[in-house]
Design a protein around this ligand. Structure first.
Ligand SMILES: [Fe+2]
Length: 226
């Protein structure tokens, strides 16, 4: 079991706030059966201006602590890029971005309205030799209102990552419904915890009881190839 979306590097975004908390979360993920974590700090110019170099340095520090604590977990870092003008600029400038696996680039968008740069962003990511992965499409209101837009975006090369705990109804009824729909459509490529804190991992125990969780695991998820 490989997780591709979490916020476990301490003090860098709205996820774990201390090394102690990070170790506790990683220990719990190990107990849940995860063998590898690709953690993905937010990169959002106004709030979390994290750079590739800084994330890499902090990952190394985290790994030292995980090993010293005797926790058996492989950890890598990528990032969750917020799709805005700043990200478009980084793509234009061909800046080195943090990807995982086969050059997958995780990004998120605004929750309410379809971002102006969505199609252009997907095109640019692919032009720069990466594979765009949309984080938690089921949580965006503009997608809940019009799920059919995903079909067009997937035709353009977009891959989808849903949050496992969406299946428990943790975020909203709409998010649960859309996650189930996307599983029925076999439209998802990745599952992620999007773990920011202990509560998110506690919700995993309610998620594993859901029949859609088993259904998701039967899909050809790319998590299995990381
Ligand atoms: Fe996230």
């Amino acid at each position: 079991m490989v997780d591709v979306h979490s916020h476990l590097i301490p003090g860098i975004d709205d996820g774990s706030s201390s090394m102690e908390e990070s170790l506790e979360l990683i220990q719990t993920m190990s107990e849940l059966g995860y063998q590898k974590i690709i953690t993905t700090p937010h990169v959002m110019n106004d709030f979390y201006p994290n750079t590739t170099e800084d994330i890499r340095a902090r990952l190394e520090r985290l790994k030292v602590h995980v090993e010293a604590a005797g926790i058996d977990m492989e950890i890598e870092a990528a990032a969750e890029y917020y799709l805005d003008e700043h990200m478009m600029q980084m793509l234009d400038d061909k800046k080195e971005l943090l990807t995982f696996g086969d050059n997958y680039l995780l990004f998120e968008t605004s929750f309410l309205n379809e971002p102006a740069y969505l199609r252009e962003g997907i095109f640019q990511i692919i032009s720069n030799g990466m594979k765009p992965v949309m984080a938690h499409p089921e949580r965006y209101v503009f997608v809940q209102n019009r799920p059919e837009i995903l079909e067009d975006l997937m035709d353009r090369g977009l891959l989808l990552q849903i949050n496992t705990i969406s299946l428990s109804g943790y975020y909203s009824k709409g998010a649960k419904k859309l996650a189930e729909f996307l599983i029925d459509q076999k439209a998802i490529s990745f599952l992620g915890t999007d773990c920011h804190n202990k509560k998110h991992l506690e919700m995993m125990s309610e998620t594993v009881d859901q029949k859609y969780f088993d259904k998701a695991l039967q899909l050809d998820l790319l998590n299995n190839f990381l």
